[in-house]
Write a protein that binds this ligand. Structure first.
Ligand SMILES: *[C@@H]1O[C@H](CO)[C@@H](O)[C@H](O)[C@H]1NC(C)=O
Ligand SMILES: *[C@@H]1O[C@H](CO)[C@@H](O)[C@H](O)[C@H]1NC(C)=O
Ligand SMILES: *[C@@H]1O[C@H](CO)[C@@H](O)[C@H](O)[C@H]1NC(C)=O
Ligand SMILES: *[C@@H]1O[C@H](CO)[C@@H](O)[C@H](O)[C@H]1NC(C)=O
Ligand SMILES: *[C@@H]1O[C@H](CO)[C@@H](O)[C@H](O)[C@H]1NC(C)=O
Ligand SMILES: *[C@@H]1O[C@H](CO)[C@@H](O)[C@H](O)[C@H]1NC(C)=O
Length: 354
């Protein structure tokens, strides 16, 4: 169950140099003794920037965003939201979901993901909001009709209940289409260029034994828009290769792998015709020649990394706090403009954050 749950965390993606994004993930759980009942993560351009949980944890990543927290005096406000107010709200939501599904005990997880993307060339904005329960997608918000689309039959009743509250749905759409893009621009203005600049991976070749596949493993790259393949004489190989998925690392960077399967049938003198090619953000290319001398034989560390579950949990956690911080920043930045309106907004998001 944990794995599906974490996959859910990862279904958000897509970023590039001009397509910026702000995403929030909220996770509320019960019955998991080692997991805080409430966790929030914020991602800016898929880079984890803030994480908080009901377990009195608040982490802001990167000096640039710490500076933003200092400048806007965000710390205390976020703590209040994340340690007290939102956990209560989400606990009761989770219990209502459990009632709906006739569950009184056990492990249950409610997840909400929402965010916006902004194209800094065309100015085009798009967004999404999804709600998942126990690792399965439950509903997604149609931003045009401002109504929920049930993704499984049992969500019908919840959909009807939530749609009856048109005020909340309008507010959600307003956040996703109007307010998040403004917050995003603020986060981008603080996050300095080097912070959001593409980071190339370190690439290594790994092999368990002389007859096993050669794995080309790239890790530490950012953003996640990347492709990797094996080539022979400069031509991409489509057969006898096995591609892994792109996975997140704890530090906000990504990793991926591609295996060259039947290497034992390749004559030693032909090895030099093979290359592992990593292509990055569509432009940068890193080529690693197949060379026995550089192959590392210890597969232990890379194969333990794709424990997607663990990695995913961390990502999930990071996402959670973004919601909250965003609200506060919005309010601060608009202090001189219309404090009543923004105060009202921050109350709304509390009520309405799902
Ligand atoms: C869009 O963002 C990219 C990456 O931050 C930047 O290089 C580019 O100058 C921006 N374009 C515009 C029109 O602001
Ligand atoms: C909460 O945090 C403390 C340390 O601050 C840690 O010892 C404890 O295991 C955490 N509990 C959960 C449920 O994460
Ligand atoms: C919960 O139980 C009630 C009454 O037994 C039943 O009508 C309803 O369909 C059940 N709901 C689910 C989601 O199983
Ligand atoms: C949202 O509703 C509009 C209008 O009914 C429809 O055209 C659109 O396809 C829907 N979007 C999704 C994602 O279902
Ligand atoms: C930008 O951010 C990076 C990463 O946090 C940091 O190492 C660097 O010193 C920052 N540069 C400036 C000019 O603030
Ligand atoms: C894999 O093996 C098959 C037959 O054993 C051979 O035709 C093919 O060229 C091999 N592929 C590679 C990448 O060596």
């Amino acid at each position: 169950m944990m794995e599906t749950l974490l996959l859910l965390l990862l279904f958000c993606s897509v970023s590039s140099s001009v397509r910026h994004s702000l995403k929030y993930l909220i996770t509320a759980s019960t019955g998991l003794p080692t997991v805080p009942i409430f966790m929030a993560v914020m991602l800016v351009n898929d880079l984890q920037s803030c994480y908080c949980s009901s377990n009195k944890t608040l982490e802001v990543k990167h000096d640039a965003w710490k500076q933003l927290f200092d400048d806007t005096k965000l710390w205390d406000w976020v703590k209040e939201q994340c340690f007290d107010i939102l956990p209560d709200l989400y606990k009761s939501r989770l219990h209502r979901f459990m009632q709906h599904f006739n569950q009184s005990t056990g492990v249950h997880v409610l997840q909400v993901m929402r965010g916006s993307e902004w194209d800094n060339k065309t100015g085009e904005v798009s967004g999404f909001m999804k709600c998942g329960y126990d690792g399965e997608d439950l509903m997604t918000l149609n931003l045009t009709t401002k109504t929920w689309i049930p993704l499984k039959g049992q969500a019908d009743i919840i959909k009807k209940q939530w749609d009856a509250d048109t005020g909340s749905n309008n507010e959600r759409v307003n956040f996703i289409t109007q307010i998040y893009p403004q917050w995003l621009k603020m986060y981008l203005s603080y996050g300095n260029k080097s912070l959001l600049k593409p980071v190339p991976p370190s690439v290594s070749l790994l092999q368990k034994s002389p007859s096993s596949p050669v794995r080309c493993h790239a890790t530490g790259f950012y953003p996640e828009r990347a492709t990797m393949f094996w080539s022979k004489d400069g031509e991409e190989l489509h057969e006898d290769v096995d591609h892994g998925e792109i996975l997140p690392n704890h530090d906000g960077s990504f990793q991926m792998r591609v295996d060259l399967m039947n290497i034992s049938s390749v004559k030693p003198e032909d090895w030099r015709r093979y290359d592992c090619v990593f292509q990055f953000s569509g432009v940068k290319v890193i080529i690693t020649k197949l060379n026995e001398a550089v192959i590392r034989t210890n597969l232990v560390s890379p194969s333990q990394v794709p424990a997607g579950a663990v990695v995913g949990v961390v990502v999930g956690l990071m996402l959670l706090s973004a919601c909250i911080t965003g609200v506060f920043i919005w309010r601060k930045k608009n202090n001189n403009v219309d404090i009543r309106q923004t105060d009202h907004r921050s109350r709304d998001i509390r009520r309405d954050v799902l």
